[in-house]
Design a protein around this ligand. Sequence first.
Ligand code: ADP
Length: 305
Amino acid sequence: MSMNQYVFLVCTCVILIAIGIVLWYRQRTKRILKSLDKMLDDAICGEFKESVFDESLQSSVEAKLADYLSASLVSTHNLQEEKNKIKTLIADISHQTKTPIANILLYTQLLEEQELPKESRDCIEALGAQAKKLHVLIDALVKTSRLETGILSIHPIRTAIEPVLQDAVRQFTLKAAEKEIILDVEETKALAVFDPKWTNEAICNLLDNAIKYTPNGGAVSIKVIAYDMFCRIDVSDTGVGIEEREHSKIFSRFYRGMEQQIQEGVGIGLYLTRQIAEGQGGYVKVSSKPGCGSVFSLFLPKDER
Ligand code: ADP
């Protein structure tokens, strides 16, 4: 064998060995990635179990992942427990304060019927107004905390939307008339899946706001638009409108618009409305510009899920 042939043979062997090593290495990396992928899939489904118990790297990764998962399970459990305790506490406090507030209101009314000097009368008026505000707040808190803790549940059924709208409108006829606001609901035959009692509460919150934030002589209307999957109930007003930067905030608990603090309110109506919508598989949206009125849209699912 000549020198050239010998060099060629050695080079070929080296190249073949190098290709072999690369292929083996790729195969090994693929195997490791596959087993990591399976471990993560199992962890996501909550079915992760250690399968290798030796000195290998895979065994060490599995052990660490198992430790991490059990630690995060404990902290999730603790967090949930804390959350439940806070919710129960809010529910208890709200429930316990209902009776004293009702009594304060009652005694205020009794005092109002007495012959009293003007200063005392002013004080009693202020006392009554604050007690009423507290009453509304506690009432809303009791409702939201009962919904959150599952004490009160939402039971959606497939039924007609119009009777719920008519019922809500009836409750606000007087309030609208006092401000000379035209209150109108368009006829509809649409059906959706919702809890009539809770949906009435949500529509009443939207109507209450629409009338409250619309100056005298304005208009408030309700109409329903049916889509493929949802029915949309629009509560529109010709009121003061809402700044774009406030659109995402107004659905938070206790948030009150900067400009609207002169109006009575506690900032919980829209929060409760959103909770009710989401509790029956729907959602709420707002479209509004300052000075151009607002449209609050409540979306309800058309079919059972
Ligand atoms: P509240 O009315 O008691 O303040 P809500 O949760 O019902 O609480 O509403 C939150 C805020 O959203 C209000 O303070 C107000 O700024 C704004 N808002 C709600 N509805 C309307 C509306 N129809 N027109 C203008 N602003 C509104």
